[in-house]
Design a protein around this ligand. Structure first.
Ligand SMILES: *Cc1c(COP(=O)(O)O)cnc(C)c1O
Length: 472
């Protein structure tokens, strides 16, 4: 039997203690889980229990079975992939969201959820300096938002016929060779076809080359293709490169192409006036996505999708069976029509908690701190004879490698750096990941955990230099 709500307080006390201990001692765990494939699975019973088990028994297994298989994304020595940071307030709000358990598919199913979602996206739009006509909706992920963008572009370019008849013809979408895999995935899902995603080369800082974009559009036209959309990235996942939005915007306007901006990772930087330049050219943008669940202290999932014309979005997604008809339609936002799923979580609540408790000032302060910490790391590492920075440090991100013993031996350099990364990560003190820059193996480090500080920069430097010395 499930617990009676009357038992909530005593039952939750132990769990609250657990969370308190986790949040305060997360740095005592190895950052990256060390389990082997199948190890956790073998510890889990093959069948669901027939009889009720006590919460304390489940909690015991949480510690013994589950925790060893967790990679600690909130660990201040986690410097891998991209941030997925949270905050105490967002965690607390998530409890409330679960307790309320509302389905926020339309205004009628919880008016406050719809209206709070509207207001939160307005707050963010204005704080980020996005055009005042843009309207936002919270999606589960940037992947879903980018899919929504390509579906809308497809509908617009086919006169809203492909939802009805399927896609025919050969539509092309353009992005840089560094764009996120979710764009290619969306091309397949939306029926435009992965092979119709055209990858444009990048410059020495891995930014899309607008000249080549225009050339590819012209070539495609000659070959009988229909250019449909361009996806620009503000902050690529691999190297945090920023595509030149003003030039791309002009090209899209000239050729009448949908312009979607994927700022999933680095979009939060637009909250800082000194990084507003990244969003120059926004007047040509049709849709824009960024993830507060990456670098804005709001636990996964929370991805904010802005559009220039919500009418086009709604026309792409709306479908109205009898049981969903309401008397308020047209007067309010029914967010089920703003994306793929019908059922929706009350995600605006945690944004509200985070924005109010930190304030924009507090958020900007944290972002600037991360940028400062990263700058310090890059400066110190750059001073080391044995290392080279492969790109100028940017935002919370630095890309580097150990210099090879003999210049020009690229294979040896790759091998050396792969070994460096593997050795660093196997020690469990810090966690980094890698990318490839024009085929060259490169280490990436990010300073973007909510509670990361100077000591963690020192720890990372120490660890990297130590391991480098050992493997040499
Ligand atoms: C992380 C990332 C994505 C995917 O985000 P999800 O919310 O996990 O779907 C897309 N684009 C970029 C640039 C990213 O960094």
């Amino acid at each position: 039997m499930t617990l009676d709500p009357a038992k909530f307080k005593p039952a939750s006390a132990g769990i609250m203690e657990w969370i308190d201990s986790y949040l305060n001692h997360v740095s005592s765990f190895p950052v990256k889980s060390r389990v082997k494939p199948g190890e956790i699975l073998r510890k889990l019973p093959r069948q669901a229990p027939e009889q009720s088990e006590e919460l304390h028994e489940i909690m015991k297994d949480l510690d013994e079975v589950i925790l060893p298989g967790i990679t600690h994304w909130q660990h201040p020595n986690f410097h891998g992939y991209f941030p997925a940071n949270n905050s105490v307030e967002s965690v607390l709000a998530e409890f409330i969201t679960a307790a309320i358990g509302a389905q926020c598919m339309m205004w009628d199913t919880s008016p406050a959820a719809a209206e709070l979602e509207q207001r939160m996206t307005e707050w963010l739009r204005d704080a980020m300096g996005l055009p005042p006509y843009m309207e936002g909706v919270i999606q589960d992920s940037a992947s879903s938002a980018s899919l929504a963008a390509l579906l809308t572009a497809r509908e617009v370019k086919t006169g809203f016929s492909s939802n009805l008849d399927g896609v025919s013809g050969k539509f092309r979408v353009y992005c840089s060779s560094e764009a996120h895999s979710s764009i290619e995935k969306a091309m397949g899902i939306c029926g435009l076809g992965r092979n119709n995603l055209v990858r444009v080369d990048t410059d020495d800082r891995l930014r899309l080359l607008p000249g080549q974009l225009e050339q590819k559009i012209a070539e495609d036209r000659k070959l009988g293709f229909f250019p449909c959309a361009v996806v620009a990235t503000l902050g690529t996942t691999g190297t945090v490169s920023v595509d030149p939005l003003p030039e791309i915007g002009r090209i899209c306007k000239k050729h009448n192409l949908w312009l979607h901006v994927d700022a999933a990772f680095a979009g939060s930087a637009l909250l800082l006036p000194e990084y507003r330049w990244m969003g120059g050219g926004m007047e040509h943008v049709d849709s824009f996505v960024f993830n507060p669940h990456k670098w804005m202290f709001t636990n996964f999932d929370c991805s904010v999708y802005f559009v220039k014309d919500p009418g086009l979005l709604v026309r792409t997604f709306e479908i109205l069976p009898e049981y969903l008809k309401t008397g308020t339609r047209g007067m309010v936002n029914d967010y089920r029509d703003w994306g793929v799923p019908l059922g929706r979580r009350f995600r605006a609540l945690k944004l509200w908690f985070v924005l109010r408790s930190m304030g924009l000032e507090g958020i900007r302060e944290k972002l600037r701190k991360h940028i400062r910490l990263n700058g310090r790391f890059a400066e110190e590492l750059g001073r080391q004879e044995a290392f080279e920075l492969l790109l100028p440090p940017f935002l919370n991100f630095t890309c580097f490698r150990l210099k090879p013993d003999s210049a020009g031996d690229t294979e040896a350099a790759d091998r050396l750096n792969r070994q460096l990364l593997e050795s660093i990560n196997s020690r469990g003190k810090i966690f980094l990941t890698h990318t490839k820059i024009r085929g060259m193996y490169a280490l990436r480090i990010l300073f973007a955990q909510t509670y990361v500080d100077e000591v963690h920069v020192d720890r990372a430097l120490e660890e990297i230099l130590q391991v480098a010395k050992e493997i040499r």
